[in-house]
Structures are given as C-alpha cells and as structure tokens.
Design a protein around this ligand. Structure first.
Ligand SMILES: O=C(O)CCC(=O)C(=O)O
Length: 258
C-alpha cells in the first residue's frame, strides 16, 4: 500500500532517504527525533514571544516563507535575517532543532556538503515555525521551488524534500494527507486564486493520512506530491518547524531553506 515509512530515531541509522528520493515512498516519519522536553521549552517560549510581539497574541508564524515571497526577494532576505535572530533566542540553551536536522541529513549523505542556502551574500530563511490554531487547515497544494521560485538561484536544485518537525500537537485534527499524484505543469489550471489547488484535482487519487503525531516527530516528505493538512479541532495550537532540503546532484551539495 502507498504510504509513509514509520521508524524511530534509532532505526534511522540503518535507513536511507533514497526511497523518498526515488519516489518509492512519499514520506518517512521518524518518531522521537527531537526530545519532547525541548519541544515544550520551545512551545512555551513561542507563547511568550507571541504575547509580547503580536497584538492579542495572534501569532501565525515565525520566519518568512519563500513561497509567499516569490516576487519580493529583497523583503524575503531582510525577513530571513530577522528570523535568524529570533530563532537564536527561541533555541537559546537547548539543542537547536535545525542543526539536529542538518546533522541527521549529513549522516545520510556523507559525500555531500550540507549548509543553509545562500545567494550572493544573503542567507535564505533557515526555517519557518507555524502556529496553527483551532479552525485552521491547509488546502491541497505542492511545494516546488524549481517552478515557483524562478527569481531565486535556488530554483536550480535537482530535487526537493520537505522536513516538518512537530513541536506541539493539537487535541484533534491537523492530520497530514498526501495524494499519490505529483504536480505537473498542466495542473496549473486547477490552481486557486489565493493558495493551493481545487480538491477536484486529487479526488480520485489514492491517498494516505498521517495522524497521531507527537511532539518531537519528524516528517520527511517529497512535497511535489499533493498534500494538505486537515482542520485543527482542538484548543491547543499545532506548532511545527518546517524547512526544505535542496539537492544539487553534480556538486554533491545539499542546501536548506524555508
Ligand atoms: O504541517 C504539515 O504537516 C505540512 C505543512 C505543509 O503543507 C508544507 O510544508 O507544505
């Protein structure tokens, strides 16, 4: 059956990411990838940060997302710089989860270099923390910087994977659904005006639903498969840290960004 491979942190040593890169599986879930206590510390700091930085505490994300700045490169890089400072504060004194992901990916690809993506002297955003409250859902979409990010040098990567680290779960909803259908250019006619695609595009596709995530679980997926997040129904916000990995085959290089 088409679906993710679920492993725990210790099994990760024995398993490669080739099965995702070669489209054999859509995703891998690594249970307990990052320790739960640090997730709690981060969630508490985000709550405090939200109260002091945003009116009525309605924080939605920390860090810019390239896909929302496809035509605002200057603004994206400015916000990326600011995000690095915020992340330093949020991860102060604990293991930085972004570094933890870099280390794991480097272990899997010892012949590749691994770094934050840079363009001239500009660092890309290292990650995006998303705070999704009750009622929020993410419609069917794909992420493909080769197509969406044409104004950025990064659009020259050969392959793209997505990493989503769960930092806090809601009591209900927030399931990740992936469809066995990859984006192709002809699909653009199904695109919604604001974000994502018409659900008609995937209604007859095989799919898998990933639920029961715990704080500390990491999902690595091929984001060119259509995917969505179901409505969050619990009172506790769902908090994730997301980043992409870009593979340059010839240069044996992996870069990260959000
Ligand atoms: O939060 C998730 O589980 C998936 C987020 C997502 O849709 C994305 O990163 O493109």
């Amino acid at each position: 059956m088409w679906g993710p491979l679920v492993v725990n942190r210790l099994q990760l040593n024995k398993i490669g990411l080739q099965s995702i890169l070669s489209d054999k599986i859509p995703a891998m879930i690594i249970r307990n990838f990052y320790d739960e206590k640090s997730c709690q510390i981060i969630a508490d700091r985000i709550e405090n940060y939200s109260q002091s930085n945003f009116q009525n505490g309605k924080l939605r994300h920390i860090g810019p997302f390239l896909m929302s700045h496809t035509t605002e490169k200057k603004k994206y890089f400015e916000e990326a710089k600011e995000a690095q400072r915020e992340f330093e504060k949020i991860f102060h004194g604990i293991k930085n989860p972004i570094m933890r992901i870099y280390e794991s990916i480097s272990d899997k690809f010892p012949d590749h270099s691994m770094s934050l993506a840079r363009e001239f002297k500009n660092d890309y955003s290292p990650a995006i923390i998303r705070i999704h409250e009750k009622g929020k859902s993410i419609p069917v979409h794909k992420d493909n910087v080769r197509y969406e990010g044409k104004e950025y040098a990064l659009s020259e990567i050969d392959r793209q994977l997505s990493c989503i680290l769960h930092l806090q779960e809601s009591e209900g909803g927030g399931d990740l659904v992936m469809y066995n259908r990859q984006w192709r250019k002809e699909d653009e006619r199904f695109r919604n005006i604001d974000f994502g695609y018409s659900s008609r595009l995937t209604e007859s596709s095989e799919f898998c639903k990933m639920s029961n995530f715990n704080a500390g679980d990491l999902v690595i997926m091929n984001p060119n498969y259509y995917h969505k997040v179901t409505e969050i129904t619990g009172n506790t916000p769902r908090i994730t840290l997301g980043m992409f990995l870009g593979f340059y085959r010839k240069d044996c290089k992996i870069v990260a960004w959000a």
